[in-house]
Design a protein around this ligand. Structure first.
Ligand SMILES: Nc1ncnc2c1ncn2[C@@H]1O[C@H](COP(=O)(O)OP(=O)(O)OP(=O)(O)O)[C@@H](O)[C@H]1O
Ligand SMILES: [Mg+2]
Length: 244
């Protein structure tokens, strides 16, 4: 039974979700089921509704209509507490790198000795072993983003949402973060990640959600969506053309 529950963890279903502001429909997703084992990548042009959808899935925005369910029940605070989110601009405490991780672990109730072990593991996972005592605010963009992901992982989440975590990073920093994401996925963490980097989608995604104008225009196996997109909006986005 335990195995069955852990296998199911992180299955997300969106049903009839609508968000409007000032009379404009920003998000309109009749149905979306994220239940595959591998990373889900969300793609689409600026303003397509990717970040809004991610915020809905994490319970940061309650839709005007419809609902999000995880593992068969409407999203609740117990579930969102087991999710973690990494924003495009990392939010870090004005403390040392290790203190940023310690803060999360302490809130989870880990004792001092267990926290020390876990911090060492996390620093190694993010390649930040030599930075433990450095002020988090003085990290480079790539290092700060790695620390933000480590903080998210320190929550031991069943689901990890990432909103364009590598958009401002060079290829080697991007590669390090992609490694962290793939390893988390390999450990069973459900990954839902927004990107504009089609190469990244090709490297990471099991399935791809294509968005345009607040709608999910396509959702399917990554290879199929990237190599043989079914919707015109997907075709044009992937071809690098303007989608109007
Ligand atoms: N609180 C809000 N009030 C009004 N409009 C909003 C609000 N939040 C988002 N929007 C609008 O909703 C649309 C979708 O925004 P969203 O941030 O989800 O886009 P996105 O796909 O993440 O784009 P990008 O690639 O630029 O990050 C945009 O037109 C945005 O201006
Ligand atoms: Mg966005």
């Amino acid at each position: 039974m335990r195995d069955l529950i852990s296998e199911m963890a992180g299955h997300i279903v969106v049903n009839g979700v609508k968000i409007a502001r000032n009379g404009a429909a920003l998000l309109d997703v009749p149905h979306l089921a994220l239940n595959g084992p591998g990373p889900t990548l969300i793609l689409g042009p600026n303003g397509a509704g990717k970040s809004l959808l991610l915020r809905c899935l994490h319970g940061l925005i309650v839709p005007d209509k419809g609902f999000v369910k995880q593992d068969g029940v409407p999203l609740n605070t117990d579930q969102t507490a087991r999710q973690a989110m990494v924003f495009q601009q990392p939010v870090l405490l004005r403390r040392s790198v290790s203190a940023n991780l310690d803060f999360v672990l302490k809130r989870r109730g880990l004792h001092r000795s267990a926290r020390k072990v876990r911090i060492a593991e996390l620093l190694a996972e993010g390649g930040l072993e030599g930075k433990a005592r450095q002020s988090a605010r003085s990290l480079s963009g790539g290092e700060a983003q790695r620390l933000a992901i480590l903080r998210a992982l320190a929550l031991d989440p069943d689901t990890l949402f990432l909103d364009e975590p590598t958009s401002a990073l060079d290829p080697s920093a991007t590669q390090m973060i992609e490694g962290m994401v793939l390893r988390a996925s390999g450990r069973g963490v459900r990954i839902v990640m927004v990107t504009h980097d089609i190469g990244q989608a090709r490297r990471l995604a099991a399935d791809i959600v294509m968005m345009h104008g607040g709608h999910v225009v396509e959702h399917g196996d990554a290879r199929q969506v990237l190599d043989a997109p079914k919707s015109e909006a997907s075709r044009r986005y992937l071809a690098g053309g303007l989608v109007t």
